[in-house]
Design a protein around this ligand. Structure first.
Ligand code: ADP
Ligand code: ASP
Ligand code: MG
Length: 408
């Protein structure tokens, strides 16, 4: 009987009954003879509520103090869950991120795990104790609390599964698994039995919040046996693995949407070598992550360069470029945060040139205009007006998956 790491998200631990339900899942696994390490998120909307509380006091609070505050949500759910398990008569201990040995880099609010010192957890497991660990947090070299970024408890769980060489890492959430699109906002979706790490990583990065993208990256690197499933329905979930059965006849596994996008366009640049180099090295120096890039021919021997960034970087990108207007020599910058990125992902699309055309046709039939396009071996993304985004996801999903009869 091996070790299983189980992670429970915010909605799975939202109230006392749900915590008892989680305690039951954990103890049933334990009773079957497994060692269990459970990673919990904060209850329901606790993390959002804590952010709102901070804003009431100081909207410009330091990231260090924000992490001190945000890490408390997970401490509440973990201690309560341990109490529920105590009440059921099982040996249990709850541990904070630092007690569990999570060491991170210094980046408050979006820290990366550097290592996990497992002595304490291993000692507890040796005593046959169930271990409950707070997700989403660790400590840095100053011994300050850090958090891993929103949704980061998935990454805590996968990190533990990797270092403890767990047989399985189960991510329990409020849907039955990974679907062809968000089952809460798209109709006719259906669940995938399996998906590859690469496809899941793309979907998570392109907006499907069901898994934190860094957790998938880590699962792939350490070959963690990963499963997404519901803490409520008891139905089989979705396996995330190196090689997956390609779903039915589709070359596409899923559709994702990301509204955290802004587009900047530099209009009237000189059409000469070195311009793109200058623009994107300025942005890189400011740590602005650039996504889709489009260069087009402008009027009178000029060119335009447009690109997308995360909304949080929009003003920074504009400022940096405006500061260099003389050396870059553009006419003006257009900035637009009323856009969204809609993507299809599928390992099967590489050998099927018709896939992108099918996506564009669905948008054309719905009268939705495409602003920008970007493709890779396993995805096609388009930038559309944010007001069209939900409809775009639905019509693209219908186009690729209607033939499977939906039925989520
Ligand atoms: P948790 O609190 O358990 O971490 P999240 O809210 O972070 O849960 O992630 C689960 C949610 O992800 C679902 O409720 C669903 O609305 C959303 N989601 C988005 N895309 C997908 C998808 N392709 N498959 C399943 N769920 C998705
Ligand atoms: N509680 C944190 C959040 O809401 C971490 C997580 O749920 O994974 O982002
Ligand atoms: Mg989550």
């Amino acid at each position: 009987m091996g070790l299983i790491v189980q992670k429970f998200g915010g909605s799975s631990v939202a109230d006392a009954d749900k915590i008892r339900n989680v305690a039951r899942i954990i103890t049933e696994t334990y009773r079957r003879g497994h060692s269990v390490v459970a990673v919990l998120s904060a209850q329901g909307d606790t993390t959002d509520d804590l952010i709102a509380k901070a804003n009431e006091i100081n909207p410009r609070a330091s990231m260090r103090e924000m992490d001190m505050l945000l890490s408390t949500g997970e401490q509440i759910s973990c201690s309560l869950c341990a109490m529920a398990i105590e009440a059921m008569g099982y040996p249990v201990v709850s541990l904070t991120g630092w007690q569990a040995g999570f060491r991170t880099n210094a980046t408050y609010g979006n820290a990366r795990i550097k290592r996990v010192q497992t002595e304490r957890i291993l000692a507890e497991l040796d005593k046959k104790t169930i271990v409950i660990v707070t997700g989403f947090q660790g400590i840095n070299k100053l011994e300050d609390i850090t958090t891993l970024g929103r949704g980061g408890s998935d990454t805590s769980a996968v990190a533990l599964a990797a270092v403890l060489r767990a047989d399985l890492c189960q991510i329990y959430t409020d849907v039955d698994g990974v679907f062809t699109a968000d089952p809460r906002t798209v109709t006719g979706t259906h669940q995938l039995a399996e998906i590859t790490y690469d496809e899941m990583l793309e979907l998570a990065t392109l907006g499907a919040q069901v898994l934190h993208n860094r957790s998938v990256e880590m699962a792939k690197r350490y070959n963690v046996n990963l499963e997404v499933l519901s803490s409520f329905s008891g139905r089989p979930g979705t396996k995330v693995k190196e090689v997956a059965r390609i779903m039915e006849k589709s070359h596409v596994s899923g559709v994702a949407k990301d509204k955290n996008v802004a587009r900047l366009a530099l209009v009237g640049l000189a059409d000469q070598p070195g311009i793109a180099f200058k623009i994107f090295s300025l942005l890189a120096k400011e740590k602005v992550n650039v996504d889709i890039i489009l260069q087009s021919i402008g009027r009178n021997d000029t060119k335009d360069i447009s690109f997308t960034v995360g909304k949080q970087d929009m003003e920074k990108a504009r400022r940096v470029l405006e500061e260099h207007v003389d050396s870059l020599g553009f006419d003006h910058i257009d900035v637009n945060d009323g856009v969204a990125k809609v993507s299809i992902v599928g390992a099967g699309m590489i050998n099927n040139p018709g896939v992108a055309a099918k996506m564009f046709e669905a948008l054309y039939n719905a009268g939705i205009n495409i602003n920008m396009i970007s493709t890779s071996e396993i995805k096609v993304s388009v930038l559309v007006d944010v007001r069209d985004a939900d409809r775009a996801v639905q019509v693209i999903h219908d186009r690729f998956f209607a033939e499977f009869g939906g039925g989520s």
